[in-house]
Write a protein that binds this ligand. Structure first.
Ligand code: AR6
Length: 178
């Protein structure tokens, strides 16, 4: 099992699963969600609509994860998850951890070997990058250490150099090799 950090665009990753920082509507948005639907084409949205018409009639709850195929992206599946909006008054860290854990469980159910994550909640949802990096890395480490998963490589794809640097610093602190 390996954790990698990369500066770049999630929609260009040749992996089994890219994780989407979606919202509960599952019907698209800005940020990385907008980029995934733009680059992936309309099939992803068609599948998301079908999910809303079925089991996810009320939308996807914060912390949950669900898969669609990846349309024209060079990945096999998109796992959509909903990160928490940052709150100054409430500790929502367990929900941010749940996003990462549940995304990895869905990826493992698909038999995925390689998974790429963006920095969930750190854009429009305003989560401070230092805290997000720590939660994301710790949760992936503990989830993969916990047991038999098909997932062998988890790559965090950071859109900005500043975010990459923070993830690198937190990874060093957790003993994750460069
Ligand atoms: N590749 C990798 N990372 C990216 C990309 C990209 N192409 N584009 C943006 N980022 P955000 P959130 C980074 O806002 O905070 C949407 O409207 C970005 O710099 O995409 O979880 C959804 O529908 C930031 O570091 O997601 C929801 O409503 C990180 O991805 C809401 O935004 C996450 O930023 C979710 O907000």
């Amino acid at each position: 099992m390996r954790i990698e950090l990369s500066e770049g665009d999630l929609t260009e990753q040749r992996v089994d699963v890219v994780v989407n920082a979606a919202n509960s509507s599952l019907l698209g948005g800005g940020g990385v969600d907008g980029a995934i639907h733009r680059r992936g084409g309309p099939d992803i949205l068609t599948e998301c609509r079908a999910l809303r018409a079925g089991h996810y009639g009320k939308g996807l709850k914060t912390g949950e994860a669900v898969a669609t195929t990846a349309g024209r992206l060079p990945a096999r599946w998109v796992v959509h998850t909903v990160g928490p909006v940052w709150s100054d008054s409430e500790d929502r860290s367990p929900l941010l951890a749940a996003c990462h854990r549940n995304s990895l469980h869905v990826a493992a159910d698909l038999g995925a070997h390689t998974v790429a994550f963006p920095a969930i909640s750190t854009g429009i949802f305003r989560w401070p990058i230092e805290s997000a990096a720590e939660i994301a890395l710790e949760t992936v480490l503990s989830t993969l250490a916990a047991g038999s998963s098909s997932v062998e490589v988890v790559r965090f794809v950071l859109f900005e150099k500043a975010s990459y640097d923070v993830f690198r610093e937190q990874a060093d602190a957790l003993g994750i090799p460069a």
